[in-house]
Every structure is written in structure tokens, then in C-alpha cells.
Design a protein around this ligand. Structure first.
Ligand code: PLP
Length: 416
């Protein structure tokens, strides 16, 4: 798998062995081209009171209309361009917390940290965590039952989980909220670009991020309820985005985001084939590595993601060895991998701590070929054999040491 970026330097961007698309995807060459085109000619400040500034302003508003149409958002003024999903999630939490009074916030327990952390900080009380089942799907029945008794200020449930790829019942939850006039937020950072996004317009709040679908890092959006005139706790100090977000708009980034979305949409017909490559990979690995567990296998999932609990050896050992072989994987969300936290998502699914430390998240992309998945399956088998044999050698060395006569019989050695 090789993608050729057409940056100004004509550099080749190699993504062979890259299986961390849920952390970030390489930019589509057409998106890079579009960004470069805008940086060359449409780099003016859209707030500039001269011809070129006005032209960029018009392009920006056209982009807003196109994106609104793609997301099924009837009113383009509901769209605010942001720096990505972290910023958008923070805005929602801070804004709604400021307006909620004593009313509670309900969030699923598998939300991304960029939502859970600001939720915890900005809300006066701990958010209510909506339970998930063993497949990592928010329990609709629990949610319905809770709605009979209580009325939250906001419900926030993601569209697709970034670690397991499990698709959430966000449409059903959104409709239940709408029937009762309860605000609903959906973090769709992992869904948009990978699956059809036209249904999101009925969400009151919606989060998206360009670099997850082949746009640039540092570009994203937030859909706000119609008629919102300010965002409490948001960026202030400028009238941009109709006073909803201060800061010069990143038009080249926005244009690249739209191009990326279009590229991803053009590949929609491939989704079935892409999913069957991932499924074939899972079957191949499971056949060679007995005892392997696939998280969320009983639920509908994104076509690109598999979260595997390996039967033995800590995930960091797997990652290091795979990295030496040229493969890039992760242990969970990029934000927590390497930070010594085990996955709160797997914990919510009832997966034990020991197993969580053996979890590998593998996420391919539009460009991942059958051969790429096959190479990774082979590499996993190789690493498994290698880890087992080095464990075996360690055990042998230990038993040889134990076989030696003990120079300090019980009660006579130092420190006894
Ligand atoms: N929400 C979800 C579901 C994500 O997967 C991520 C990134 O991993 C984020 C939010 C944060 O995205 P960004 O990098 O655009 O801030």
C-alpha cells in the first residue's frame, strides 16, 4: 500500500503497514492538492474588507453550504468550523453545562476522553454514565427505562467507537430525545467519512474531525442548535463564525476537508469489500492464534476496525515487535496509548484488567489492500511465535538457575 502525497515538494507519503487509521488517516492527495491550491491563491483573511478577502469569505460560506448538505443539516449557519473533534466536544460540554442549571448530563461510558474529561470538569456533578453491553454497544433498554424516570439537560452518545469500531444506536437515542425535547449530542468523529453521514442533521449538536477521513489535522466542525448566538466557554476575542468561535478561519483546511469527504464518499461502493478484507484477516489470525478474542464481534462495526485481545503477552510487547517489522498499531485510543491507562472502553464491556493489557487496536483504511491485511496476519503469527519462544527461553534460564544448589539454605542467608 503506497499513497503518493502531492505536496509542494512532490514527496512520497508511505503508509505501508499502517493500521492506525482511527488515530489519524493520511490526507488524500486530492485534499493536499486542494489545500495547496487555496494556500497559493485563496490565503486571504475571510474577514478582510477588500476584494480578495470577500472572495475567500464567499468560498468559505459555499463550503459551509456543501458540508451542511452532506450532513443533512438544513441550516448551514448551524455549522461552526473548529480545529477538530477535541475542540468541538469541549465546546458542547462547556456550553451546555453553563445553561443546564441543576439538570444532569448523560454520556455513554465509552465516549472519547475529549468528551469525558470536559464533561467531568464543567458539570457541577458527575455525569450519569450510560451503560454498554458486553459487545460495547450502549444499552437501549436501560436508556429507555431511565428516560421514564429522569430528564437530563443533554444526552451525548458517539456514533462509532474509536477503539472497537462498534456502531452505536445513536439514531434511536436521538429520536427518543427529540420526542421529549431533550438535547442530543453525537460525536461522529469516527463515523463521518467511513459511513453515510446524511442522517446527522437531526442531532442538536454534532462533532466531526477532518483528519479521521483523509483531511488535515487541525480542522473539524461542530453543528450547534439552530438559533445559537454564542457559545459559553468557547473561544472569544473575535467576531468570526458569526461570533460563535473567535480566530481567523482556516479556509485552506476547510476546503481540504470537503475534498477529503468527497473522496471518501466516492469510495462508498468499496465498503463491503473493505469489510470482508478485515473479516478475512480476523479469521486468519484467529485460526493461527488460539484463544484470541475479538471485541464487539457480535455487534455491527466500522468496516476498518478490529480490537483484539491476544491470548498472551502485554500489548506493548506486541506493538514494539510489530513496529520493528514495520507495522503501526495501537493499544486503544491514541490519547491513552502509552500513557499507562488501560482502556475504559474495554472495561465498560466487562473485559478484565489482565485482558485489557493484551488488547491491540487495528484500524485499516480505504487504501489497505488484501495483501496488506495478509502481511499483518503473518506478522502477528511471527511475533506470537517469537514472544512464546523468548518466554520459553526465559523460563528455561530461570529453571537452570533454580537447579543450582542454593548457597544460603533457609535461615542462614543475608537478610533472613
Ligand atoms: N472523538 C473521537 C471519537 C475520536 O476518535 C477522536 C480522536 O481519536 C476525537 C474525538 C478527537 O479528535 P481530534 O484529534 O480531531 O481532536
Amino acid at each position: 500500500m503506497e499513497i503518493f502525497g502531492v505536496g509542494g515538494l512532490g514527496t512520497k507519503l508511505k503508509v505501508k503497514g499502517y493500521f492506525d487509521f482511527n488515530a489519524t488517516a493520511p490526507a488524500f492527495p486530492a485534499a493536499v492538492e486542494e489545500m495547496n491550491r487555496c494556500l497559493a491563491g485563496e490565503w486571504y483573511n475571510p474577514s478582510g474588507l477588500y476584494h480578495a478577502g470577500g472572495r475567500v469569505r464567499r468560498h468559505l460560506e459555499e463550503a459551509r453550504e456543501v458540508l451542511a448538505e452532506r450532513l443533512g443539516v438544513g441550516e448551514p449557519s448551524r455549522l461552526v468550523f473548529t480545529s477538530g473533534a477535541t475542540e468541538s466536544n469541549n465546546h458542547v460540554m462547556h456550553h451546555v453545562a453553563a445553561e443546564a442549571g441543576e439538570n444532569a448530563l448523560w454520556v455513554s461510558e465509552i465516549e472519547h476522553p475529549s468528551l469525558l474529561e470536559p464533561a467531568g470538569r464543567s458539570w457541577g456533578s458527575e455525569p450519569v454514565r450510560l451503560r454498554t453491553d458486553a459487545n460495547g454497544m450502549v444499552c437501549l433498554e436501560d436508556f429507555r427505562a431511565r428516560l421514564e424516570r429522569e430528564r437530563p439537560a443533554l444526552v451525548s452518545v458517539m456514533a462509532a467507537n474509536n477503539e472497537t469500531g462498534v456502531l452505536q444506536p445513536w439514531r434511536e437515542i436521538r429520536d427518543l430525545c427529540r420526542e421529549r425535547g431533550i438535547a442530543f449530542h453525537c460525536d461522529a468523529a469516527q463515523w463521518i467519512g467511513k459511513l453515510n453521514a446524511r442522517d446527522f442533521g437531526l442531532c442538536d449538536w454534532l462533532t466531526g474531525s477532518a483528519h479521521k477521513f483523509g483531511g488535515l489535522k487541525g480542522t473539524g466542525f461542530l453543528v450547534v442548535p439552530a438559533g445559537t448566538v454564542r457559545l459559553y466557554g468557547g473561544l472569544c476575542g473575535g467576531p468570526q463564525e458569526r461570533g460563535l468561535r473567535a480566530g481567523t478561519e482556516n479556509f485552506p483546511g476547510v476546503a481540504a476537508m470537503l475534498t477529503a469527504l468527497e473522496q471518501a464518499a466516492n469510495l462508498a461502493g468499496e465498503r463491503g469489500a473493505l469489510a470482508s478484507r478485515r473479516d478475512q484477516f480476523e479469521r486468519a489470525v484467529a485460526a493461527e492464534i488460539p484463544g484470541l478474542k475479538i471485541c464487539g464481534a457480535g455487534a455491527p462495526r466500522l468496516w476498518n476496525t478490529t480490537m483484539m485481545v491476544m491470548p498472551a503477552h502485554r500489548n506493548l510487547k506486541w506493538l514494539t515487535r510489530l513496529s520493528h517489522l514495520g507495522f503501526s498499531l495501537s493499544t486503544g485510543s491514541a490519547c491513552s496509548s502509552g500513557a499507562g491507562h488501560s482502556s475504559h472502553v474495554l472495561e465498560a464491556m466487562g473485559i478484565e484488567a489482565g485482558e485489557r493489557d493484551r488488547a491491540l487496536r487495528i484500524s485499516g483504511g480505504w487504501q489497505t489492500s488484501e495483501a496488506d491485511w495478509r502481511d499483518l496476519a503473518r506478522a502477528l503469527q511471527e511475533v506470537y511465535a517469537d514472544l512464546n519462544s523468548s518466554d520459553h527461553a526465559k523460563r528455561r534460564r530461570r529453571s537452570i538457575r533454580l537447579d543450582k544448589p542454593n548457597p544460603f539454605p533457609t535461615g542462614t542467608g543475608p537478610g533472613t
